[in-house]
Design a protein around this ligand. Structure first.
Ligand code: G3I
Length: 373
């Protein structure tokens, strides 16, 4: 299925070690070694499955319905599907008690028809949530939260691998370490435990995930977010809340070289010591701040994929890796983190023509070099 036109980029990287047009320039960084050839290509899900990791990606119903070529590549590469937006509160319950599971059902059916697992994202978040949700008295907010989760999770029960129950709830700069949200203000910190208990009541089997962003880099903010997240998970486990995994979103940047492998692994081991799995839930690599040279950009993005995945996959607690999209043709970063030079962004394993990029080879290499869990 994969066309090999992009081999040029990968081949160039593999040949000289320096990029065409960059020869002679003192490389600001070590370029990727040989990144593979067509003979090395296989579906990402296959390489991941050999080490007992589920690989998948986020996508949208409208995308799969309108782009059959992309849908075919998605089915070939992915063993897990997560709706990018269709299961968020604003879509599922725009008005109190008015549930619309149509878009989510379509995606769950697509996953089932293509032998993929299906994961829900996200039940409680401060964004893409209607204004009425979390309003009123504490009792009213608790009722809103509980009903939303019971209705939504029970609707998909029996066909869901996991749920992002609560998303991005920490703020290490606030007393108590939690983000200032309507739920925190209405109910207090216990809203998080309440959400997990409601999800478990609605589905006895799905893995229930706390999903967080900004955990990856060796920065003051990264360290503070890791500490706050770990403290939240410890509190939830002490309260015997049914949390089964941490989701590390892993929205990375090709121009940021502050990944620290040992630090990442130590954090993952600390989470695992609580009896939790760790999923990489939204992996992509922004190239907005990288020079325009296309092959250099792809090499730097690929290096970020490789450096991050080689580090985290050494930890057996990592049991799922999802990219936030599969192809540059459809990425949230085009809107939310565009390049100032107006060039299309290139953050994902397939390019906008659905051809494999250096990032895909880097992911294959990382899966192949990791221990079996
Ligand atoms: O559905 C409406 C459509 O009716 C309208 O015509 C259109 C134009 O206004 O907007 C559409 O809604 C957009 C929605 O995506 C669906 O496409 C929203 O404006 C847009 O803000 C929303 O963006 C999503 C973003 O979360 C919102 O914060 C991105 O697609 C989605 O990739 C992104 O995903 C989040 C994760 O859920 C949590 N982690 C961070 C990640 C990136 O922000």
């Amino acid at each position: 299925m994969k066309s090999f036109a992009a081999l040029g980029a990968a081949g160039v990287l593999g040949g000289t070690g320096l990029l065409n047009g960059c020869a002679g320039r003192a490389p600001e960084w070590q370029l990727l070694p040989h990144m593979g050839t067509s003979a090395d290509l296989e579906p990402l899900k296959s390489a991941a499955a050999r080490i007992n990791v589920l690989y998948g990606a986020a996508t949208q119903r409208d995308t799969l319905q309108s782009d059959s070529a992309f849908a075919a590549h998605f089915a070939e590469e992915c063993a897990l599907l997560v709706p990018e937006n269709e299961l968020k509160w604003e879509t599922v319950e725009p008005e109190p008690g008015d549930f619309d599971f149509g878009p989510g059902d379509w995606l769950a059916d697509f996953a089932a028809q293509n032998q993929m697992a299906f994961r829900g994202h996200c039940l409680v978040w401060h964004r893409q949530c209607p204004r009425w949700a979390g309003s009123g008295t504490s009792g009213e907010a608790q009722q809103q939260l509980t009903q939303h989760i019971l209705e939504t999770v029970s609707h998909f029960a029996g066909r869901t691998h996991s749920w992002d129950v609560v998303n991005e709830a920490v703020d290490p700069h606030r007393r108590g370490g939690l983000r200032n949200t309507a739920w925190l203000n209405a109910i207090g910190p216990s809203y998080i435990e309440l959400a997990f208990r409601a999800a478990r009541e609605a589905d006895p089997n799905a893995i229930l995930v706390y999903n967080e962003t900004g955990l990856e880099y060796d920065t003051r903010n990264g360290a503070a977010r890791r500490a706050a997240t770990l403290e939240l998970l410890r509190r939830l486990k002490f309260a015997e809340a049914p949390v089964g995994a941490l989701g590390m979103q892993a929205h990375l940047s090709a121009s940021d070289n502050r990944l620290h492998a040992d630090q990442l692994r130590e954090f993952i081991r600390a989470v695992a010591s609580l009896g939790l799995q760790v999923f990489i839930t939204e992996l992509d690599v922004s190239d907005r701040a990288v020079p325009p040279d296309l092959e250099l950009r792809d090499a730097m993005v690929g290096k970020s994929y490789r450096d991050f995945l080689k580090a985290v996959l050494q930890e057996p607690a990592i049991t799922a890796v999802l990219t936030w999209g599969l192809s540059d043709r459809y990425t949230w970063l085009s809107t939310y983190d565009p390049r100032t030079d107006g060039r299309p962004v290139r953050p994902l394993p397939l390019d906008a023509s659905l051809r494999p990029k250096t990032a895909l080879y880097a992911m294959l290499e990382s899966f192949r070099g990791a221990p079996v869990r």
